[in-house]
Design a binder for this molecule. Structure first.
Ligand SMILES: Nc1ncnc2c1ncn2[C@@H]1O[C@H](COP(=O)(O)OP(=O)(O)OP(=O)(O)O)[C@@H](O)[C@H]1O
Ligand SMILES: [Mg+2]
Length: 610
C-alpha cells in the first residue's frame, strides 16, 4: 500500500484505544471536565455498568454554541494555549482529546447552555448537527452504546457488575478530591451514592467509613513548596487489598511507584507484609515541579525532584504514625529516624521484631507491661552491639536450615527421642512460644510458623482434589459490587480450591464450604481477601502464574492469630508440624519463624563462665 493519511475518524478511534479503555475511563474524562468547568453539583447516571449509557449532568460554565463543534474536535481545548500553560497546568484536562476519542467509539451528544446564550444547544457527534435544546444551565454529556462500532473492543468488556464497579471506583476517586462539589451516582435508575458538599473529613467519612477515620492519623506536613495532608490508617486498620489507597497530586488521583514506595517504607516497621494500609493523601506542590503529561489517561506523573518528594512523603507519614504510639515499643528508634531529616528511609529489617503491633496487647495484660517494656528495651539495646554479649546472628535462623530442606536443630545430638524444636514451656504475650530443647531455648513466632505450614500444605490444593470442610451454618456476608462480580467470574476456580460460594442477595455472598485446611479461618475475611486478589488478575493464566500469592493470602488468613491462647499440647503439636514442614524456618514473607539461643549463648549473656 502507498503511504497515505488516515481519515480523521480512524485517527480518533486509534486514539480512543489509549484514552477509553472501558466505561470507567469515559466516566473519568467526563467527570473531570465537569470539575474543570467549576460545577458545584454533578449527577452521574449509568445504565448497564456504563456500557449502555453514561450521562453526566453538571451546573458548570457551559459551552458557547459556536464552540460546541470544537469541543468534539481532536486537539481542541480551552484549558491551555502555550507550552508555558502546559507546564503549569492546574486543570484536570489539557490534552483536548477526550471528547473526540469518546465520540469516535460511542453515540455521543452534548447539551449545554452558556450564560449569555438565550437557550441551550445540543450537538450530536454523528451526524455532527446542532439543534436548540432545553436546559437551564450547565452541561449534559450523554454517551450511549460504548464500542458499538468497534466490536473487537466490545469483546474485552467484562460483566455489567465489574464495569459498574470500575465506574464506582472512578466516581469515588473524584468525590474524595472534591468535597466542595455535591455528587450523586445512579445505576440502572437506583441511587447508589449521594454525597452532599461539605468538609473533607465528612467526605472521607462518607466514602471510607467511620472505622477508617477512627483508626487513622490526620496528616498535615509542609516543607518548602511541598505540602501533604489527609489521613493514613494506623496499623490496627490494615486491609487485605490495596483498594483503600488514594493518593492525589494537586487534586489529581495518581498511581505512582515512587510515592507508593515511600508510603510502604513508612509502614515497613509496623505492618505485616500481606496487609495494606488505607489512606487518603493529598500532595500539593508547584505545578512546575510535576509533569502531568506522561500518559494519555493522565494517571501517572513525573516529579522533577523525585528524591525530595520521596523523602518528604516518607517522613511525613512515618512521623505521624510514630507520634500515635503505634510504634510504642520501638518508638525511640522510630523517633530518631523521623528527626534524622533527609536521610535514607529506615531499613525494613526492623520488621520481624515489630510486626505484631497490629494486634495490640489487651487490657488484661496491664500488670505485665513494665516488665516487658524493660525486657524489650534491654533486647533493643543489646541487639545492635554484638560485642556486648551475644552474637546478633543468634536471632536469625541458621543459614543452612533452609537449604537442607528440613528443620535441622541447632547443635543437637542425634537422638530419636529429643525433637529438634524441643517442648513448649509457655506462650509469651500471645505472640511467641517459648520452648526448651537439648541445646537451650527456642522462640517461635506462632502465627508466622503456622502460616508457613499451611502454605506448604495448600500448595497441593490447586493440583489435587481438595479436602473440603462443609460449614454447618453457611457464612453469609455483605460484599461490594466488585467482589460480587469476581465471585461470579471465578466461581469455577474457587470451587476447584474447595470454596462453595453462591450469591445470597444482590450484595451478599453465602459460603457453604471451605478447604479443610482452612476450617478455622475467619471465613468472610478470607473470602473477601481472595476475591479482591482475584479481581486484580485479568486472566486465568495470570492466576496460575501467581498462585503462590493466592496461597499466601489463604495461609495468612488460616493461621492462628496473635493473642489466641494456645494450650501446651497445641503448642507442642505446632512444633512437631514445623519439624515436618519444608522451609519451616521462613514464613511466606521471608521472615524467620523461629530462633534459638543455646545454653552457651545464654551463659555469655550473663557473663557466666562454664
Ligand atoms: N462539562 C463541561 N463544561 C464546560 N465545558 C466543557 C465540558 N466538557 C468539555 N468542555 C469543553 O470542551 C473542551 C474539550 O474537552 P476534552 O475533554 O475533549 O478536552 P480537555 O478537557 O480540554 O482535555 P483532555 O483531553 O485532557 O480531557 C474542554 O477544553 C472544555 O472547554
Ligand atoms: Mg477533558
Amino acid at each position: 500500500m502507498p503511504i497515505q493519511l488516515l481519515p480523521d475518524h480512524l485517527i480518533n478511534q486509534i486514539a480512543a484505544g489509549e484514552v477509553v479503555e472501558r466505561p470507567a475511563s469515559v466516566l473519568k474524562e467526563v467527570l473531570e471536565n465537569a470539575m474543570d468547568a467549576g460545577s458545584t453539583a454533578v449527577e452521574v447516571q449509568l445504565e448497564q455498568g456504563g456500557v449502555r449509557r453514561i450521562r453526566v449532568t453538571d451546573d458548570g460554565s457551559g459551552i458557547p454554541k459556536d464552540e460546541l463543534p470544537l469541543a468534539l474536535e481532536r486537539h481542541a481545548t480551552s484549558k491551555i494555549a502555550s507550552l508555558d500553560d502546559l507546564e503549569r497546568v492546574g486543570t484536570m484536562g489539557f490534552r483536548g482529546e477526550a471528547l473526540a476519542a469518546i465520540a469516535a467509539v460511542s453515540r455521543m451528544s452534548i447539551t449545554s447552555r452558556f450564560d449569555t446564550e438565550p437557550h441551550a444547544w445540543r450537538i450530536d457527534a454523528d451526524p455532527r448537527e446542532l439543534a436548540p435544546a432545553a436546559l437551564n444551565h450547565g452541561t449534559v454529556v450523554d454517551v450511549a452504546d460504548l464500542y458499538f462500532n468497534t466490536p473487537a473492543r466490545r469483546k474485552f468488556l467484562k460483566s455489567e457488575g465489574t464495569e459498574f464497579a470500575h465506574c464506582d471506583d472512578v466516581f469515588r476517586r473524584v468525590a474524595l478530591a472534591r468535597p466542595d462539589v455535591a455528587l450523586q451516582l445512579t445505576h440502572n435508575g437506583r441511587v447508589s451514592l449521594r454525597l452532599p458538599s461539605g468538609r473533607r473529613e465528612a467526605r472521607v467519612r462518607a466514602l471510607l467509613g467511620d472505622d477508617f477515620l477512627a483508626a487513622a492519623r490526620s496528616i498535615e506536613a509542609e516543607s518548602g513548596l511541598l505540602r501533604l495532608s489527609g489521613f493514613a490508617s494506623l496499623p490496627a486498620y490494615s486491609r487485605s487489598s490495596r483498594d483503600a489507597q488514594f493518593f492525589y497530586v494537586n487534586g489529581r488521583f495518581v498511581r505512582d511507584k515512587l510515592v507508593t514506595h515511600a508510603i510502604r517504607e513508612a509502614y515497613a516497621d509496623i505492618l505485616h507484609g500481606s496487609r495494606h494500609p488505607a489512606y487518603v493523601l493529598f500532595l500539593e506542590l508547584d505545578p512546575f515541579g510535576v509533569d502531568v503529561n506522561v500518559h494519555p489517561a493522565k494517571i501517572e506523573v513525573r516529579f522533577r525532584d523525585s528524591r525530595a518528594v520521596h523523602q518528604f512523603v516518607y517522613h511525613a507519614i512515618h512521623r505521624a504514625l510514630a507520634a500515635s504510639g503505634a510504634g510504642a515499643v520501638g518508638s525511640p528508634a522510630a523517633e530518631a529516624d523521623a528527626t534524622q531529616g533527609a536521610e535514607s528511609p529506615a531499613p525494613a529489617s526492623h520488621a520481624p521484631q515489630q510486626t505484631y503491633f497490629h494486634q495490640p496487647p489487651q487490657q488484661g495484660r496491664l500488670a505485665m507491661e513494665p516488665a516487658s517494656r524493660a525486657y524489650f528495651d534491654f533486647a533493643a539495646s543489646a541487639r545492635p552491639e554484638p560485642a556486648a554479649g551475644f552474637s546478633a546472628t543468634a536471632f536469625a535462623p541458621r543459614p543452612g536450615a533452609a537449604a537442607s530442606g528440613g528443620m535441622a536443630a541447632p547443635a543437637l545430638p542425634a537422638s530419636d527421642l529429643a525433637p529438634p524444636l524441643g517442648y513448649a514451656v509457655a506462650q509469651l504475650h500471645g505472640v511467641y512460644i517459648l520452648a526448651q530443647n537439648e541445646a537451650g531455648l527456642i522462640l517461635v513466632d506462632m502465627h508466622a510458623a503456622h502460616e508457613r505450614i499451611l502454605y506448604e500444605r495448600l500448595k497441593t490444593l490447586l493440583d489435587g482434589t481438595p479436602g473440603v470442610q462443609r460449614l454447618l451454618i453457611p457464612a453469609v456476608f455483605g460484599v461490594g459490587a466488585k467482589d460480587m462480580a469476581s465471585a461470579e467470574e471465578h466461581a469455577g476456580l474457587l470451587e476447584r480450591m474447595g470454596f462453595e460460594i453462591a450469591p445470597a442477595g444482590p450484595q451478599e455472598l453465602a459460603v457453604r464450604s471451605v478447604p479443610a485446611l482452612l476450617a478455622s479461618a475467619q471465613v468472610s475475611e478470607l473470602v473477601r481477601a481472595l476475591l479482591s486478589e482475584l479481581r486484580d488478575y485479568p486472566s486465568t493464566e495470570v492466576i496460575t502464574a501467581r498462585r503462590n500469592e493466592l496461597l499466601a493470602t489463604m495461609a495468612c488468613h488460616g493461621a492462628v492469630r496473635a493473642n489466641r491462647t494456645l494450650t501446651i499440647p497445641e503448642m507442642n503439636a505446632l512444633l512437631r508440624e514445623m519439624e515436618a514442614t519444608d522451609r519451616a524456618d521462613q514464613c511466606n514473607h521471608g521472615r524467620p519463624t523461629w530462633t534459638a539461643l543455646t545454653m552457651t549463648e545464654l551463659d555469655k549473656l550473663f557473663l557466666r563462665g562454664r
